[in-house]
Write a protein that binds this ligand. Structure first.
Ligand code: 6GU
Length: 241
């Protein structure tokens, strides 16, 4: 999968996505991440990319021309239509199912806005998806773009090891993950639950599932309402108030 990130801060985006799992997948050629500096496409002799808002108001607005030309350079290279996301708090809230959906694209363009906004006319011309990462306001679209690239990439086949990708499925059953433990068996007087050390995989799996149920009810009761629970799950939760 190829990501094209249109931004005024290409170094920020590339630094954030060059390490760990995403960095390794890029080195292996499973992913390609390109940050395109919008400023490189300005026709202005002073390299200006923003201007005052018509009608007045606070701040500056990113102009249409540099963004459009940066976007067009990608579309011309790809040779056909490319889904184009504008990162904005006015978008729909990005979810795991969006991550899965975008992971089906061969190419994806992400436009990062800055200042007070972007000239509406270029958005009308190029944007297919308006996406937010949550109900709070950030100074720019770079962090949201990095969040999206990370969440989408881990859904691309081959980016995670097969063992880890199974764990993704367990979020999809609508429950939170169970607690994890590693060595030592005792730390600050706290023991690892005996069942985890029992070696009985059937019992460990059942315990973990129960912990997922309890934890989801405790921390994210909103998720529990949408989760597909068995009669046995409901009875367990009923018994453990
Ligand atoms: Cl996508 N952009 C900005 N600037 N702020 C945000 C956001 C996006 N999502 C949440 N807050």
């Amino acid at each position: 999968m190829k990501f094209y990130i249109l931004t005024l801060f290409p170094e920020m985006v590339m630094q954030g996505l060059s390490t760990s799992i995403i960095g390794r997948a890029t080195e292996k050629g499973i992913l390609s991440i390109e940050a395109i500096n919008i400023r490189d496409y300005t026709a202005d002799k002073h390299k200006k990319v923003d201007d005052y808002p018509y009608g007045g108001g606070a701040g500056m607005v990113m102009q249409a021309q540099p963004i459009y030309d940066a976007w067009l350079s990608v579309v011309e290279r790809v040779g056909h239509h490319v889904r184009t996301v504008y990162l904005t708090p006015q978008g729909r809230t990005f979810s795991q199912s969006d991550a899965k959906d975008f992971a089906g694209e061969e190419n994806l363009i992400l436009l990062c806005g800055h200042y007070e906004g972007v000239d509406e006319r270029v958005l009308e011309e190029i944007v297919t998806d308006y996406v937010s990462i949550g109900d709070y306001v950030l100074t720019g679209g770079e962090l949201p773009a990095m969040v999206m690239v990370d969440a989408i990439s881990r859904m691309v086949p081959g980016v995670l090891s097969n063992k880890v990708s199974g764990e993704t499925e367990s979020f999809e059953d609508g429950l939170l993950e169970y607690p994890q433990y590693s060595r030592p068996e005792e730390w600050k007087g706290k023991k690892v639950p005996a069942i985890i050390l029992s070696g009985d995989h059937g019992k460990v799996d059942a315990w973990r599932h129960e912990q997922s149920l309890l934890r989801t009810r405790d921390r994210r009761p909103d998720l529990l309402e949408k989760a597909s629970l068995t009669q046995k799950d409901r009875e367990f939760l009923e018994k453990h108030q």
